[in-house]
Design a protein around this ligand. Structure first.
Ligand SMILES: CC(=O)N[C@H]1[C@@H](OP(=O)(O)OP(=O)(O)OC[C@H]2O[C@@H](n3ccc(=O)[nH]c3=O)[C@H](O)[C@@H]2O)O[C@H](CO)[C@@H](O)[C@@H]1O
Length: 368
């Protein structure tokens, strides 16, 4: 099967595709030559995709601005150029299927593919449908999704297939290849470890609260891996040059192999992006979620409240976040065994174990 995947900007759009690619190869359904990923040169995909050995092409594209209306004329011209380039990429590669996960490039490429009568599908991983997917819903053959609330926002009901997020299956399959905390980062594997991170790009609010909490956290009977996000790392490292925060706290810019790390964590503190949540629930890792307030229709709060309602997470609104509720939420999960076990079970109940295979089944049906 020859497939073009497209999506990007953030890890949440990229990792589900990478999970499907890995599964396609595992099942011998596509060779590396039969797979192409199309993204932008400035998105996170430009780092992640070529590094994984997947063929990668770029199209220049950006979103429309609500504030700077004039700049939208340039964006329209960019969109027209993007559709031309998309056509060329499709004609050269001759895919059997084109799949998008969201982001502006996916809007142009999947739309062109549908116009050329190539079977198309999209995957929506959030509870609130993104702009590109909402637009593409009218043109594609199938719409795969994770949250029931997302399904309600598409008017094309016959196209809908509930698959879950492909990254969850990948995380489960990989959970036997775990990172060795001691040799990798000098952490003690006998002590519970908490992972703190702010989605694929890091989060200022989470980094700030970590800076303020360091001295209290280092006295705890657990250790902490704090992933700042590449963008924030240097500044934080400079701020901490003369601070002695002990060996139980490890500060990193980015974790390349999250699926190998997550199974080792007693709990996670993070934003509530859709893919992160799919990973936590697949593994049953209890979460403290601090939703980003800066996303479309506050969808991270919605994602987070769904988990809290099911008993799988504690939610702290960014506006309410302080050292006390931050540290006491971690203490509660790590130090109260009964609470931890209940949360872990509730989380696992929400997890999906065969999402990649489900998406692949949809692709195979379309390619017939
Ligand atoms: C600010 C913003 O716009 N966030 C959106 C973005 O989040 P974001 O890109 O952060 O997406 P998610 O939280 O869904 O996924 C992050 C992914 O990056 C991985 N990871 C993260 C850090 C790290 O060091 N290493 C690593 O591999 C995580 O394991 C996960 O697979 O896309 C999501 C999915 O469309 C949306 O729900 C989020 O609202």
């Amino acid at each position: 099967m020859r497939i073009i995947f497209t999506g990007g900007g953030t890890g949440g759009h990229i990792y589900p595709i990478m999970a499907i690619i890995e599964r396609l190869k595992e099942r011998n359904l596509a060779t590396n030559d039969e797979i192409l990923f199309v993204g932008t040169k400035n998105g996170l995909e430009a780092k992640i995709v070529p590094a994984a050995g997947v063929n990668f092409k770029t199209i220049e594209m950006r979103g429309f601005s609500r504030k700077h209306i004039i700049s939208n004329f340039a964006t329209i011209s960019l969109f027209l150029k993007a559709t031309k380039k998309a056509q060329k990429i499709i004609n050269d590669f001759k895919p059997d299927i084109v799949m998008g996960t969201g982001g502006y490039v996916s809007g142009a490429l999947v739309y062109e593919a549908a116009k050329l009568k190539i079977p198309t599908l999209i995957h929506e991983s959030n509870s609130v449908v993104g702009v590109a997917n909402k637009f593409l819903g009218h043109y594609v053959n199938k719409i795969c999704y994770t949250f029931d609330d997302a399904a309600k926002q598409f008017s094309e009901k016959k196209k809908l297939v509930k698959t879950g997020n492909p990254r969850s299956q990948q995380v489960l399959n990989l959970s036997s290849t775990k990172i060795d905390l001691q040799s990798k980062w000098g952490l003690n594997p006998q002590i519970p470890t908490v992972l703190v991170f702010g989605g694929s790009r890091g989060a200022l609010a989470i980094n700030r609260i970590m800076l303020k909490s360091l001295t209290r956290l280092e006295t705890k009977p657990y250790q902490v891996i704090w992933v700042t996000g590449t963008y924030y790392y240097q500044k934080i490292a400079e701020k901490l040059t003369n601070v002695n925060y002990g060996e139980s706290i490890k500060i990193l810019p980015y974790v390349k192999d999250m699926p190998a790390l997550l199974p080792k964590m007693i709990c996670v503190v993070s934003r509530s992006g859709a893919t992160s949540i799919a990973e936590f629930t697949a593994l049953g890792v209890p979460a403290i979620l601090i939703p980003s307030p800066n996303v479309t229709n506050n969808h991270q709060m919605k994602n987070a409240l769904d988990l809290e309602k099911a008993g799988a997470a504690t939610v702290i609104a960014e506006s309410e976040l302080n050292i006390n509720n931050f540290i006491s939420s971690i203490d509660h999960i790590v130090l109260d065994r009964k609470y931890y076990t209940e949360m872990s079970k509730a989380s696992k109940k929400l997890g999906v174990s065969d999402a990649s295979d489900e998406v692949i089944r949809v692709m195979q049906d379309l390619a017939k």
